[in-house]
Write a protein that binds this ligand. Structure first.
Ligand SMILES: [Zn+2]
Length: 329
């Protein structure tokens, strides 16, 4: 029976895959992960090598669960970069061998018999999973907001800074698939150079690397620490760590109030490595109240619920919605 979905999250370092079952309906409210796996993407190894390894991993995972390709109803694939909504061509991806390709064609040819494939930007997949099945869905249920009315912004604070916008229950993609690229909005006009050729992008301050660079600068270039270690040193009241994280929280407030003024979401769900640090959240909503244009009832800031696997589960969700709509049609 074709009742299983395959979700993929292809990242610059690792690729994750999972088999998921979702409850019936266009917008399911439960999900069951049957099994998952990960393997290194090796972005320098080229497309053919990657597809071969991916195909092998998929069959291994299916076999482990006593399933075969005939059980897969559809495949959802999350990728870094902007996917053009009309042409399906990927641009600005951190994985060079995927850039410039029409990926749906590439994957359906290389990975046959896995149902239709649906591609989406990875941060959009994260936002969708959290809106439908995670922190956003839970918040909406608690506050009597229907899924089709929910406005949610998903923000990933990790190696990079990404965003996924859900307005009135729908994912917003934009003209070129570039909606939600909030990591490259300017935080400091004469700030740090970014690989996107601009200065002072939010990502240069709010990513894990950005935080590490801030700490390094604060110690006048004497000490380089990982983001995790910087947070750990807060427990020892290390003055450099305290000052670095405080200024990070100020930057995060400015950033979130800018996007809130544009989107006015019900909720902002944070994901990515840094979002697991509880210290980021303390008093953040109060600060937003002071910095947003609308001062009453600011957006709720929530930690992700699905977390690490949200990318691949969101991709599987999209595959589900695509299959559901094509069966309806
Ligand atoms: Zn940038």
């Amino acid at each position: 029976m074709r009742d299983t979905l395959l979700g993929l999250d292809i990242g610059g370092t690792k690729t994750e895959l999972c088999l998921v079952r979702l409850s019936a309906g266009a917008q399911p409210d439960t999900h069951e992960v049957l099994g998952s796996q990960r393997f290194p993407t090796e972005p320098n190894s080229g497309l053919d090598s990657f597809l071969k390894r991916l195909s092998h991993q998929i069959d291994r995972l299916l076999e482990e669960k006593g399933l075969g390709r005939a059980n897969v109803r559809g495949t959802g694939i999350g990728v870094p970069g902007a996917l053009h909504p009309r042409t399906g061509v990927l641009s600005q991806s951190s994985i060079p061998f995927l850039s410039g390709l029409t990926l749906k064609e590439v994957f359906e040819t290389a990975l046959p018999d896995l149902g239709p494939s649906t591609l989406e930007n990875d941060a959009n997949c994260f936002a969708l999973a959290e809106a439908r099945l995670g922190a956003g869905a839970e918040w909406a249920g608690r506050n009597g907001i229907r899924q089709e009315d929910l406005c949610m912004l998903g923000v990933t604070l990790g190696t990079g800074v990404g965003g996924g916008i859900i307005m009135n229950g729908r994912l917003i993609r934009g003209k070129r698939g570039g909606a939600g690229e909030i990591g490259h909005s300017t935080l400091f006009p004469s700030g740090r150079p970014c690989y996107c050729r601009k200065l002072g992008c939010a990502e240069q301050y709010l990513s894990g690397g950005g935080l590490e660079q801030s700490y390094f600068a604060r110690t006048s270039g004497k000490e380089r620490l990982s983001a995790r270690e910087i947070f750990r040193r807060l427990d020892e009241a290390n003055p450099f760590a305290l000052a670095t994280v405080e200024s990070y929280r100020e930057d995060l407030t400015t950033f979130l109030s800018n996007v809130s003024n544009i989107l006015d979401p019900h909720v902002i769900v944070l994901g990515g490595g840094l979002s697991t640090q509880d210290r980021l959240y303390a008093g953040l909503e109060e600060r937003l109240k002071e910095t947003c244009f609308l001062t009453e009832n600011p957006p709720s800031i929530l930690k992700h619920r699905i977390g690490d696997s949200a990318g691949m589960i969101g991709a599987a969700l999209l595959a589900h919605e695509t299959a559901h709509h094509s069966e309806d049609a």
